[in-house]
Design a protein around this ligand. Structure first.
Ligand code: URP
Ligand code: ZN
Ligand code: ZN
Length: 416
């Protein structure tokens, strides 16, 4: 961590105008490690800040320079900026100054598996800010299949926000009204990425027919299709097999949905996207099997984006085998955290550009919620944390190990 000295939250300042900053003093009131001067900022009072002498990083270059910020907007980045006495000075000598992180994959206050994620738009974002992430993109879940109702519900949830956020939208059923509402999302609500779940049979899962129609609709709207790629029918079968064998603990979660099912669904989604001729974003790539499908498609020239998540990059499945249920259940997410070896392969794919950016899939449940599945792993709410830890874990795992440069770090945690 020697050089990872300070995140100066530039994107927080740059993107000040977007959704959800009205309650930023709620964050200050909570006293979560934020300087008083910053908490003093408000959209109505003028502020001037000079960040002096740091090494300014972006995705393409690094240079020793000063950064001058007025009212949350970066006005100048160059060496030796001279300013008046009313400007607040921040000495960044010997530190990196970089954009705040953007987490492209989170689930705050999400209703899922009979409960709701324990981090809401305030506690999750406070954690994000503490870890250097200043913006995230959350997945709106439709209400009774309605995207507009889902959007309204998430706008309410997000009233607690203390930082920037955006939305993707999940598509969980298909009819004329969903197709129409997709257009409303793109043209009126600023949502232009739609996630299709190929797993979670009986709840979020969609059929190939729906996926195909959804891909076509994304193409016609110029929107980006995203997939959760696991074969949900086979997972369902795998789960039955485990229960029949008397395997009810968290290890049954991983055993019932092996990498081959992630590879199969990834390949299927990639081929359907090719058939439709539209780009595809594969979320939470957890296995070599899925990563190799993405690598093959990209090599052939197809537009496929692969997003590993920090849990898949730095962990292996050993936690799932912990004899203590409370510990093991913490590691239950889908697709599952894989055996040792997948983590290193995903890191290598990230460093060579086969995978492009890192999310978290932050989707937290407390031990009481996880205990819903004490007798049956199928009832353990799926999800792990990461929104606070992503930046430093990627730094430690990828930069400190020499697998990527500091500018690559900015690219994969923010710019992309
Ligand atoms: O286990 C997970 N990944 N929970 C969140 C929902 C999803 O599939 O992204
Ligand atoms: Zn998913
Ligand atoms: Zn997710």
């Amino acid at each position: 961590m020697a050089h990872f000295l300070t995140y100066l939250l530039l994107s927080f300042l740059i993107i000040y105008d977007s959704l959800g900053l009205s309650q930023s003093n709620q964050f200050c009131d909570a006293g979560v490690g934020y300087p008083e001067s910053t908490c003093g900022f408000s959209s109505s009072s003028s502020s001037k800040l000079l960040i002096k002498g740091g090494t300014v990083l972006n995705a393409h270059q690094q240079e020793v320079a000063d950064v001058y910020v007025e009212d949350g907007i970066i006005v100048a980045v160059k060496p030796n900026i001279k300013v008046d006495e009313d400007v607040t000075l921040l000495d960044a000598t010997g530190k990196y100054v970089m954009p705040g992180g953007i987490d492209p994959h989170t689930h705050l206050a999400m209703e899922f598996m009979g409960t709701e994620t324990i981090d809401d738009f305030f506690s999750g974002q406070a954690a994000a800010l503490a870890g250097g992430t200043t913006m995230h993109i959350d997945f709106v879940i439709p209400v009774n299949g309605s995207l507009v109702a889902g959007f309204e519900a998430y706008k309410k949830k997000a009233k607690k926000s203390c930082m920037n956020y955006g939305f993707h939208m999940a598509i969980t059923k298909w009819d004329e009204s969903v197709s129409r509402e997709m257009e409303i999302m793109v043209k009126e609500k600023g949502i232009n990425s739609f996630k299709f779940f190929m797993a979670y049979k009986g709840s979020l899962m969609i059929s190939d027919e729906l996926l195909l129609q959804g891909l076509e609709r994304c193409k016609s709207l110029g929107a980006l299709a995203m997939v959760h790629a696991e074969n949900g029918d086979a997972v369902f079968e795998g789960q039955k097999r485990m229960i029949d064998l008397g395997i009810t603990g968290p290890e049954g979660h991983a055993l019932s949905r092996p990498p081959v099912l992630e590879g199969e669904a990834t390949a299927r989604a990639i081929r359907l996207a090719k058939f439709v001729n539209t780009p595809l974003y594969v979320v939470h790539v957890m296995s070599i099997d899925a990563m190799e499908e993405i690598a093959r498609a990209r090599k052939s020239g197809q537009k496929v984006i692969g997003e590993p998540v920090v849990s898949g990059l730095v962990l292996n499945d050993s936690g799932l085998w912990d004899p203590d249920f409370v510990t093991a259940a913490k590691y239950v997410m889908s697709p599952p955290i894989r055996e040792s070896g997948h983590d290193k392969a995903l890191q290598a794919a990230l460093s060579t550009g086969v995978l492009q950016l890192v999310g978290t899939d932050h989707c937290t449940f407390n031990s009481t919620q996880k205990a819903f599945g004490i007798d049956d792993f199928r009832k353990i709410p799926n999800g792990v944390n990461g929104i606070e830890e992503r930046m430093h874990l990627v730094w430690d795992t990828m930069v400190e190990s020499g697998q990527i440069s500091v500018t690559d770090f900015v690219r994969i945690t923010s710019t992309e």
